[in-house]
Design a protein around this ligand. Sequence first.
Ligand SMILES: C[S@@+](CC[C@H](N)C(=O)[O-])C[C@H]1O[C@@H](n2cnc3c(N)ncnc32)[C@H](O)[C@@H]1O
Length: 202
Amino acid sequence: MSSDLPGFFEGTEMPTAGWWEALWPDPAAVLATVGLEAGMDVVDLCSGDGWFTLQIAKDGHHVVAIDIDRHPLEVGRHRLGDGGMTNCDFVHGNAYDLAELVQWPADFVFMANAFHGVPDRLRLARAVREALKTGGRFAIVNWHRLPRDTTTVLGEPRGPKTELRMSPEQTIEAVEASGPNFARLVEVPPYHYGAVFERPEP
Ligand SMILES: C[S@@+](CC[C@H](N)C(=O)[O-])C[C@H]1O[C@@H](n2cnc3c(N)ncnc32)[C@H](O)[C@@H]1O
């Protein structure tokens, strides 16, 4: 199982096929809501099978998709190949090593459905800060801290267990301690929020 991989973040397994697409019918709208803009150099951190990566590649200039599990990374590679995208590199590695895995400073780091499982958030936020350009943004899309039995998709409770979920305030506090500065909070219906951070002038 992928969750047995050393360094794998708890509760971040890629879901079984079907309901993810139902929950996220419009990845372009999600990305626009959290501030992705055309022409950006982007890192999709914990990219999974590329559901968001495909749209990021359509909008962005260059993309690096990083995941610790080779299997979803391969699925993503095929998804983008089938979509005719050639501006994305797929990198196998741990999110903590982001600053070493990406050779250029990023305009935008996108992390969806994974931050709740990061054990050392200070370390992750510091790595993201180092990987960003001045003025670059870090967008976290997280499940709201709702009881799991209330977040149903296609008739069944979905998402990480209730105890792992983070409020927006917890997410903001965790990132600001060592990472970029909080910029804004947005709703990503039906069950998520987006917290957006920005790297200030040195
Ligand atoms: C729930 S999936 C979400 C994928 C994608 N961001 C999305 O929202 O469609 C979380 C992904 O994080 C990856 N992951 C878990 N721990 C990781 C780590 N330490 N470094 C990089 N990726 C990791 C998993 O392999 C999985 O593909």
